[in-house]
Design a binder for this molecule. Sequence first.
Ligand SMILES: NC(=O)C1=CN([C@@H]2O[C@H](COP(=O)(O)OP(=O)(O)OC[C@H]3O[C@@H](n4cnc5c(N)ncnc54)[C@H](O)[C@@H]3O)[C@@H](O)[C@H]2O)C=CC1
Ligand SMILES: O=C(O)[C@@H]1CCC=N1
Length: 270
Amino acid sequence: MRIGFIGAGKVAQAITKGLIDSGITAAENIIASSPKQDHLLLTQISKLGVGTTFNNKTVVKESDVVVVCTKPNVVSRVLTEFSSDVSKSHLIISVALGVTTKTMEKALPKNTRVVRVMPNTPALVRMSASVYCMGSSVIETDAETVSKLLTSFGYCEEISESLIDIATGLSGSGPAYVFTAIQSLADGAVKMGMPRDQALRLAAYAVMGSAKLVLESGQHPDSLKDDVCSPAGCTIYAMHLLEKRGFRAALIDAVEVATLRTKELGDFKV
Ligand SMILES: NC(=O)C1=CN([C@@H]2O[C@H](COP(=O)(O)OP(=O)(O)OC[C@H]3O[C@@H](n4cnc5c(N)ncnc54)[C@H](O)[C@@H]3O)[C@@H](O)[C@H]2O)C=CC1
Ligand SMILES: O=C(O)[C@@H]1CCC=N1
């Protein structure tokens, strides 16, 4: 399978590295494009061994699966630009926030097979949480193909398109919230006298282990939290402070505002 990327930025690079590291495809089966002014991004992605071009149409002509990784406001223009090169053998995937399968289908020839995906940057280390929804003209094997590709660089599940904007504000944006939490936890330890690199390492493992425990124990997160809070111990003091500072409400608000912004951007109000 030949895979083409339109756009060579952060997400294209993360997915490309994930795909290659998984061994699902070789670097020589991948090609990526960006406009001339962004040639540095092509230089970066070419270090993974993939082919590069300034021409989006070349990517489409040389690929079976085309992954559109541009900002949402240029997706329609980009699809229209290469529309004449799209055939029934192509599967067109977009990872752009807010851009619906209907918008994609409108810009492409009738019955084009399209899929909308929301991955996240831990794809770089093959730990992405991705969701996908299928367009109206996909064929039977497309869901399997998409699932296989997404699974190669992490976890994935199919989702109703009515929920994908929410997934964007949750798992698409989520790494940014968690990176900030890790950095801030480490800052706390540094403030108390721990060396920075050790603090970052311990904070990151604490987050990774907690996530694994939620997934593997099947226990409610509050029950797992209770297990950490010994009576009159240190954690319950910290939890009390976090509750007073609105920790839970801040996270709920973050997902809400990111979801609403996704819906706004999907309408191309930028
Ligand atoms: N950054 C993230 O964590 C995530 C981003 N996304 C989505 O992925 C898409 C890309 O985001 P990033 O990689 O962060 O952006 P980015 O700014 O790093 O990359 C955008 C790429 O698009 C290219 N581009 C711009 N105009 C183009 C054109 N006319 N033809 C071909 N390429 C063109 C740029 O040269 C650049 O390579 C966005 O739509 C975003 O909503 C989805 C999930 C996570
Ligand atoms: O913030 C953004 O626009 C992208 C979409 C999901 C994560 N990052």
